[in-house]
Design a protein around this ligand. Structure first.
Ligand code: SAH
Length: 461
C-alpha cells in the first residue's frame, strides 16, 4: 500500500466543521476523512483549530476560535472547567449531553459489539432533573504551595494542582468539609505531601456523605504511619461538625497514583456511615466502592431489578457486588441471592447490610468473580438470573463462559463503560446469548461517562 501522509502538520492552523464527539468528550472534525480530536468543540460548530499532535491515523488540536457557534453551547458554571480534567461537557447543554451519550452507546455497540442497534431498543438516556451537586464523595489531593496546605484538582494530564474552592458537581456539604479539614490540618501544623521527594505527611482528604442520612465520613490519607496532632485534629472536626460520624486514618506510604493504602484505622466514631437507596439502608466503610450519584443509582437499580423480573422463587447471582447494594435490591424479590466481590472490606459491609435490613436470603463471598463463578458452576449452582456490574475493564472471559454454562434464564449486565460492554456482548453472542434491550442512565452529568443496564437472554436450546 502506498504510504499516506497525514494532511496536517504540527502547529498548523486549520478550519474545521465538527461532526461528532469522542468517548472522552472531544469534538471530531475531519480533513479528507482524517479525524482531528479537539476538546471543547461541539458537534455542528465551525472553528479555527491549531494542530498540536499528529499521529498516523488522527491528530489532536486545540480550539482557537469558534467561528460558527452551536445553539447548544453554554457558559460553563465552573471557574476552572477549562483547566481541570474532572468534567468534559460543562460547555454543552444538558439536553445535548443526553443525546450525545445515547448516540455514543449506539455507535459503540454497533462498531465494537456487532449489535444490530436499529432493531434492538436502546432507550433514551435517563437523565437528572438537576444535573449538578450530585457527587457524594470527593478525594482531594493536598500539596504545599508557598508553605501553605492547598487542596484542589490535578490539572489535566499532569500532577500540578489547581487550587479550587468549590466543585459544582460535588455535594455542597462535602465541598465545605474539605475546606474545613484542610484548615484544621494546616492550623495543627501538618505538612503537605510532596510527590517529587516523597516526603511530607498529608496526601489526600476524602469526604463521603450519605445524602439520605446526612452522615459524613472523613478520611485522612498520610504517607506516614502516624498522623501527627491526631487528637487535636479529630476533636476540632467532630466538635465543629456534628454530622461527621466517622473519622478514619489511611496510610499510603507507596510512590503511587492509587489514593488509598492498605492500612485503615478509625480515629473517631464509627467504622462506617449510612445511606439509604429506596427502602434499603447501607453501611459504607472507607475502602468500599459505593455509587457516587445516589439519585441516579436508585433509577439504575430499579431498572436492573425490573430486567431481573423476579417472582420470589429465583436463585440469583450478583457478581462484582461491592457492599451488596444490587444484591439486596434483588433479595427483596428473590428466593436466594449470592454476591461475590474482590475487596474483603466491601464483603464485610455486604454481610452487615444484609443483617441491617433483616435479609437472611443473601450470601456473600470474597474473591475474584471469574474464579468464584467457575467454582459455583462446578458445585452445581444453577441460578435463574445473573447480574454483573464489573469495573471499567469489563468482565473476565472466564466469567462470561462460566455464566453461559450455568444456563440462567436472564443476564442483567450493568456497565460503566460501553466499549467493554460491547466487547463482552460480542463474546456472549457467539456463545448463544441474545441482547434484548439497553437502558443508559446518566450517572455522571457534565462528564463524558455513561452507565448502561442491558438485558440479555439465552437462546433456547
Ligand atoms: N454493584 C456494586 C459495585 C460495582 S463497582 C454497586 O453498584 O455498588 C465494581 C466492583 O467490582 C467494585 O466493588 C470492585 O471492588 C469489584 N471488583 C473489581 N474487580 C473484581 C473481580 N475481579 N472480582 C470481583 N469483584 C471485582
Amino acid at each position: 500500500m502506498p504510504k499516506v501522509e497525514p494532511p496536517v502538520t504540527k502547529n498548523q492552523m486549520v478550519e474545521l466543521q465538527f461532526e461528532d464527539l469522542t468517548h472522552e468528550g472531544s469534538a471530531v472534525g475531519k480533513i479528507n476523512g482524517y479525524p482531528l480530536f479537539v476538546p471543547y468543540g461541539l458537534p455542528g460548530e465551525k472553528a479555527k483549530v491549531k494542530v498540536i499532535k499528529v499521529k498516523k491515523n488522527f491528530a489532536f488540536g486545540k480550539l482557537v476560535e469558534v467561528t460558527e457557534q452551536s445553539p447548544e453551547r453554554i457558559e460553563p458554571p465552573c471557574d476552572v472547567f477549562y483547566q481541570c480534567g474532572g468534567c468534559q461537557l460543562q460547555h454543552m447543554s444538558y439536553e445535548m449531553q443526553l443525546e450525545m451519550k445515547h448516540k455514543q452507546v449506539k455507535d459503540t455497540l454497533r462498531k465494537l459489539g456487532n449489535i444490530d442497534v436499529e432493531n434492538i431498543s436502546i432507550h433514551p438516556v435517563i437523565g437528572m432533573e438537576d444535573p449538578w451537586r450530585y457527587r457524594n464523595k470527593v478525594q482531594i489531593p493536598v500539596r504545599g504551595i508557598e508553605g501553605r496546605l492547598e487542596t484542589g484538582f490535578y490539572k489535566q494530564k499532569s500532577h500540578e494542582i489547581i487550587n479550587m474552592d468549590t466543585c459544582p458537581i460535588t455535594d455542597e456539604q462535602n465541598d465545605r468539609m474539605v475546606e474545613a479539614v484542610r484548615r484544621i490540618a494546616e492550623d495543627a501544623g501538618i505538612t503537605p505531601y510532596d510527590e517529587e521527594s516523597h516526603r511530607g505527611t498529608l496526601r489526600h482528604i476524602m469526604v463521603r456523605n450519605g445524602q439520605a442520612t446526612n452522615e459524613i465520613m472523613i478520611v485522612l490519607v498520610t504517607r506516614t504511619e502516624k498522623l501527627p496532632y491526631e487528637e487535636k485534629i479529630v476533636e476540632e472536626i467532630h466538635k465543629a461538625y456534628p454530622n461527621v460520624k466517622s473519622i478514619v486514618h489511611n496510610v499510603n506510604s507507596k510512590r503511587t497514583n492509587v489514593i488509598l493504602g492498605d492500612k485503615t484505622k478509625v480515629l473517631w466514631g464509627e467504622e462506617y456511615i449510612h445511606d439509604t437507596i429506596g427502602d434499603i439502608k447501607f453501611a459504607i466503610s472507607a475502602k468500599s466502592f459505593y455509587q457516587i450519584n445516589p439519585v441516579q443509582t436508585k433509577k439504575l437499580y430499579d431498572q436492573a431489578l425490573q430486567y431481573a423480573n423476579l417472582s420470589g422463587n429465583e436463585t440469583v447471582i450478583d457478581a462484582y457486588c461491592g457492599i451488596g447494594t444490587i444484591s439486596l435490591f434483588l433479595a427483596q424479590q428473590a428466593k436466594k441471592v449470592y454476591g461475590v466481590e474482590i475487596v474483603p472490606e466491601a464483603i464485610e459491609d455486604a454481610k452487615n447490610n444484609a443483617k441491617l435490613n433483616g435479609f437472611d436470603n443473601a450470601e456473600f463471598v470474597v474473591g475474584a468473580a471469574e474464579k468464584v463463578m467457575s467454582w459455583w458452576k462446578s458445585q452445581g449452582l444453577r441460578p435463574d438470573v445473573i447480574v454483573v456490574d464489573p469495573p471499567r475493564k469489563g468482565c473476565d472471559e472466564e466469567l462470561l463462559h462460566a455464566m453461559v454454562d450455568m444456563k440462567p434464564t436472564r443476564i442483567v449486565y450493568v456497565s460503566c463503560n460501553p466499549s467493554t460492554l460491547a466487547r463482552d456482548l460480542k463474546i456472549l453472542s457467539e456463545a448463544g446469548v441474545v441482547l434484548k434491550e439497553v437502558q443508559p442512565v446518566d450517572m455522571f452529568p457534565q462528564t463524558s461517562h455513561i452507565e448502561c443496564v442491558a438485558l440479555l437472554e439465552l437462546k433456547k436450546a
